[in-house]
Design a protein around this ligand. Structure first.
Ligand code: ZN
Length: 450
C-alpha cells in the first residue's frame, strides 16, 4: 500500500489523500484549500495525479475543505464511484451549489475563474453512492471500507479501509465531546495505520458547560451596547449547534435577551431539511426533544432570510440584533456585507465561534487587525471582537488523545494531518510520548509505504 498526502499537510484545508493498493488508486476526500480568498489560487493547480486514473473516491464528510474539489476532479476526467453516507451526499450537493454561487459572485466582481459549474455538480452527484454507517462495502475488488460516526457534523465519518490484510483508518474530522445534535465519536477500531486530523492538536477547549453561558454573556453584553452582534458561522453543524443552544436559552432557560435573530445563510437553511430527514443520526438528547415536539432548530424571534432581498432588509432593522451568516472564516459569503457595515461600529460585536484558518479575514480580526479590506474597501475595526472556542466541531487535544487511547487496539503508526505545523507537531509528540506510537507530520506531496 502506498499513501500520498495531496492536501491538508501542515495546514487545515484541502484534505486529499491518495491510497494506492492492488493497482487501484483511491482518493480519500477531495477538499478545497481555503485562505484569504474563498476560491484560493491553489485550488486551480493541477492535481498531482491524473483524475482519470482514480478508481474511487471515499468522502468523510460534507465540509468544503473535504469535498470542495470533487466536481473539479469530475470536470477533469474522473469517472469512478464516490462513496459517502447518505446525509453527506445531500449536504455535499448543497455545499457545491453554494460554493458555485460564491465563485460566480467573485467571478463577476474580480474576474476570478470558477473551479466548476452546475453541469460538473450534476455529473458529480450522479457518481455518488450513499451508504449507511457500518455497511461493509467492497469499493473495488479486494478493497473493503466501512464508515463509522465521527461525531463531527451531520453524516460525518471516519473510514476504515481493509486491503492486503492491512487496515488503515482516515479520521476525517473528529467531533468535540458532547456536541449537540450529533452522536459522540464511535470507538476507534483496529488499524495498523491512522491518518489523524490535528486542527486543535495543541489546544484545549473551554468546557461544554461554560460554553452556553459564555455565549449568553457575550450576547447580553452586545445587546446592552445596542449594536449588531455578527456571528460568522460554518453553515453545516456550527450554525445548527448554535441554533440548538439559542433554542435552549429562549425556550427552556428563558434568558436570551429579546432581540431579533437572523439566520442569513441559504446553505444553513437548506441543510436544516437534511437534518429533519435523518432523525436516526440524532443523539439521545436531540431525539428526545424531537419526540417531545420541539423543533430544536427553531424558536420565536428567529427569522430565516433566504433571498438576497430578505438579507438586505436586515439593515433596516434598528437596535440590537443578532445575525448568523456564512462563511465561518469570513473568506466569502453574506457575512462580508454585514462586516462591511458593522465592523467600524463601536457598539457592535463580532463573535467568532469556529476555527479561523491562516490568512482568512476571520483570523486577521481574531488576531487584532485594526483595519481590514472587504470588497477592496478599507474598513476600520472598532467593534468588539470576541471568541468562544468550545463551540468548535473539532475535538481538542484531550479528545484526540482519548480517542486513540481507547482504541480497540492502538495503531502502530499515526500520520498527523489537517493541522497547522505547531498543532500537528505537538499532537504527534504527545501521541508518541504517551502511547509509544510512531508518529509523523507528513509534507505536502510526500509518499509513504505502509
Ligand atoms: Zn470538517
Amino acid at each position: 500500500m502506498k499513501l500520498t498526502f495531496c492536501g491538508a499537510a501542515h495546514e487545515v484545508t484541502g484534505s486529499c489523500h491518495l491510497l494506492e493498493v492492488n493497482k487501484h488508486k483511491i482518493l480519500v476526500d477531495c477538499g478545497m484549500f481555503q485562505g484569504s480568498n474563498f476560491n484560493e489560487g491553489k485550488n486551480h493547480d493541477a492535481f498531482p495525479f491524473k483524475p482519470s486514473e482514480i478508481n474511487a473516491v471515499l468522502i468523510t464528510h460534507a465540509h468544503l475543505d473535504h469535498v470542495g474539489r470533487l466536481p473539479k476532479l469530475v470536470r477533469e476526467g474522473f469517472k469512478g464511484s464516490v462513496f459517502m453516507t447518505k446525509a453527506t451526499v445531500e449536504l455535499a450537493e448543497l455545499v457545491w451549489r453554494d460554493a458555485y454561487h460564491i465563485m460566480q459572485d467573485e467571478n463577476e466582481k474580480y474576474g476570478m475563474p470558477i473551479l466548476f459549474d452546475n453541469v460538473d455538480i450534476a455529473n458529480t452527484v450522479a457518481l455518488c453512492q450513499g451508504l449507511d454507517y457500518h455497511d461493509l462495502i467492497e469499493i473495488l475488488p479486494g478493497v473493503k471500507a466501512v464508515w463509522r460516526d465521527a461525531g463531527h457534523i451531520f453524516g460525518s465519518a471516519f473510514i476504515t479501509i481493509t486491503a492486503e490484510n492491512k487496515q488503515i483508518i482516515f479520521s476525517g474530522d473528529i467531533g468535540n465531546i458532547n456536541e449537540p445534535i450529533v452522536k459522540d465519536t464511535e470507538q476507534l477500531g483496529i488499524a495498523q495505520t491512522l491518518v489523524l486530523e490535528s486542527t486543535y492538536g495543541d489546544r484545549l477547549h473551554e468546557g461544554i458547560k461554560t460554553r452556553k453561558g459564555m455565549i449568553l454573556d457575550l450576547i447580553k453584553d452586545g445587546v446592552k451596547r445596542g449594536g449588531t452582534i455578527m456571528i460568522p458561522s460554518f453553515s453545516l453543524e456550527r450554525t445548527q449547534e448554535l441554533l440548538y443552544e439559542l433554542n435552549m436559552l429562549v425556550e427552556y432557560d428563558k434568558t436570551l435577551p429579546e432581540v431579533p435573530v437572523f439566520l442569513d445563510s441559504p446553505l444553513a437553511i437548506d441543510a436544516m431539511k437534511v437534518y429533519e430527514k435523518y432523525p436516526e443520526y440524532y443523539d439521545v438528547e436531540a431525539a428526545k426533544l424531537r419526540q417531545s415536539g420541539d423543533d430544536f432548530l427553531a424558536f420565536p424571534r428567529l427569522q430565516l432570510t433566504y433571498t438576497r432581498e430578505e438579507s438586505k432588509r436586515i439593515n433596516q432593522v434598528r437596535g440590537a440584533k443578532i445575525i448568523i451568516a456564512g462563511a465561518g472564516m469570513m473568506n466569502g459569503g453574506r457575512i462580508l456585507h454585514h462586516a462591511l457595515r458593522y465592523l467600524s461600529d463601536p457598539a457592535s460585536t463580532l463573535l467568532l465561534i469556529g476555527y479561523q484558518a491562516q490568512n482568512t479575514l476571520g483570523r486577521k480580526l481574531y488576531e487584532g487587525a485594526s483595519k481590514v479590506k472587504i470588497f477592496n474597501e478599507e474598513v476600520k475595526v472598532k467593534c468588539a471582537i470576541k471568541a468562544v472556542g468550545g463551540l468548535s466541531a473539532h475535538g481538542d487535544q484531550k479528545k484526540l488523545l482519548f480517542w486513540v487511547e481507547k482504541a480497540v487496539k492502538k495503531p502502530e503508526q499515526i500520520f498527523c494531518v489537517h493541522g497547522e505545523p505547531h498543532a500537528a507537531t505537538e499532537l504527534a509528540h504527545r501521541l508518541r510520548d504517551n502511547f509509544n506510537i510512531k508518529t509523523f507530520v507528513p509534507e505536502m506531496g510526500e509518499t509513504v509505504e505502509i
